[in-house]
Design a protein around this ligand. Structure first.
Ligand code: ZN
Length: 271
């Protein structure tokens, strides 16, 4: 694969980096990243991955764009209101970077489709951009069982958190949080609110993890939990250990299949 003149110019600031170079940029153009949820986290993650030249981006979401999304879900424009988010996201990405092939999945993830979606393009890395615990546990378990690296994240109010799972290299999300809280025990962004930039900060960290994974450079957030408090303007990085009794990633897992946990009644939407 050789670069066109347009690509040499588009990616010149990457190619000049010794950690990326022409070789790394080619890796990015050949890479495939799946983003589950095209909302507060998924929107900025998708835009930076597209700008970086990730060759294939999968977008999973069943939701349509609402006006109340636009305060943070920057991949969607006012004219997109009422349009399916995956289509709106695809249009924005296509306009930004024609090198990117966008694959859309107009559906919610569940135990019956998530493995097939991950396998569909043999994605290299998965980004969890969802806002509810059932989806987060489902994505974790599906990625552990499929041996796919993924980035978990969550945002609410002025708080954000993220961690990265790499197969056989540190804990999974279930090692830390054994099971979801009861439905409606934890408020959603719709009820509690979220500062618009939270998704931008945390979603961009998720994109950074995906890019570094593809390039094979630096240290990823596997084995660490990164929290961000926007009011205090404070990042904290906490070391994590694998749970030897983890239901899904331990040597003797008790969960061998995927679980569709009960969803909170108020909403199922991406944050
Ligand atoms: Zn685990």
């Amino acid at each position: 694969m050789s670069f066109t003149n347009e690509q040499l110019e588009r990616y010149s600031r990457h190619i000049i980096l010794k950690e990326v170079g022409a070789k790394g940029q080619k890796k990015l153009l050949e890479s495939k990243v799946l983003i589950i949820g095209t909302g507060g986290l998924g929107a900025p993650a998708a835009m930076f991955l597209a700008a970086a030249g990730v060759g294939t981006i999968g977008l999973v979401d069943f939701d349509v764009v609402e006006l109340s999304n636009l305060q943070r879900q920057i991949i969607h424009l006012t004219k997109d209101t009422g349009k399916h988010k995956v289509l709106s996201g695809k249009e924005t990405i296509n306009e930004m970077n024609p090198d990117v092939n966008v694959v859309t999945y107009k559906e919610w993830v569940s135990s019956s489709n998530i493995i097939d979606i991950i396998k569909d393009q043999d994605y290299d890395f998965v980004i969890d951009g969802t806002d509810n615990f059932p989806a987060k546990f489902l994505i974790n378990d599906a990625c552990v069982l499929s041996k796919k690296p993924f980035s978990h994240a969550g945002i609410i109010r002025f708080q954000g958190q993220t961690m990265t799972y790499l197969p056989d290299k540190g804990p999974c999300y279930r090692c830390i949080f054994q099971s979801p809280p009861p439905p409606d025990a934890v408020p959603t962004c719709k009820k509690a609110g979220v500062l618009g930039v939270m998704g931008g900060i945390i979603g961009t960290i998720q994109a950074t993890e995906a890019i570094k994974y593809v390039l094979g450079v630096g240290d990823l957030l596997n084995g660490y939990f990164l929290t961000y408090d926007a009011l205090k303007m404070e990042f904290r990085k906490v070391k994590l250990s694998s749970n030897k009794n983890c239901g899904v990633c331990s040597e003797n897992p008790t969960l061998t299949g995927l679980i569709d946990y009960e969803q909170p009644q108020c909403e199922l939407k991406g944050n």
